[in-house]
Write a protein that binds this ligand. Sequence first.
Ligand code: SIN
Length: 312
Amino acid sequence: MGMKIKPVIEPDLSISIGKMRLKNPVMTASGTFGYGQEFEHFMDLHQLGAVIPKGISLAPMPGNRPPRIFETNGGILNSIGLQNPGLEVFIKERLPYLKSLKTNLIINFFGNTLQEYSELAQRLNALEGISGLEMNISCPNVKCGGIVFGSDPKMTYRLVSRIKKLTSLPLIVKLTPNVTDIKVIARSAEEGGADAVSLVNTFRAMAINIHTRKPELGNVTGGLSGPAIKPIALRMVWEVFQVIKIPVIGIGGIVKAEDAIEFILAGASAVQIGTANLIHPKTGLEVIEGIRKYLLQYRFPHLQNLIGLLGK
Ligand code: SIN
């Protein structure tokens, strides 16, 4: 009699965010992946769980004065200032390619006022080929809008509940870490009807050139991202996971599968790869494979088994 070899059961990496089904939990973070097409020569984009292009506004935005990127130890500072071509140009020049991808397309959007957020949400809702929306209420690099909503629980609630009424698409709300207690804002987003929250956007930060005695960024301050912020982002995901029921999407310095697995154990249902795309564009695909191997190694049949398993 020969030895019986147990068949290897392929783990199921799929997850749901509202009515959106993702084949795996790995997305690209908005602003670090252009409009997808820039990365097509480096990797098979279809394998990603979702693609999130650079955020869009109703009108084109030129962004902040340069320099707008500065590398720090273990991270980068950016002060892009939400540069984008505006909705019309986006629809004409970028959306056709993005729609052709065989993965979920999540559109990141923002406005300066409740009215602008509302109009964008309505117009995006009317387009075909979009799987979900990510609403940015967390940019640290512009004076009005965005973070003004994301730093105040009442305004977060007001904005999210209004937008939720205007769209049938799953709504992810992207949170800023630049608040006293991110749990309070996450709860407001959930009460407003968000289908998920994504956290964290960048930490307000700065760098100085001691020879010119000037700031390294044209905007003086910017947002810090990359491995330097990972432990703080992880703590925030873990805290938020304990106080809300909707899915949490973990963002912050993920450069390898082990980082993503930490976020999932802390409670993230999915993750976004950001700064790592700028260094090694294939990071997302390697993270998917690493999660798969981890599930196989520890014999978890489903990614769901892992979410929030910390200490259990
Ligand atoms: C930027 O464009 O300034 C960055 C976007 C953001 O942090 O939300």
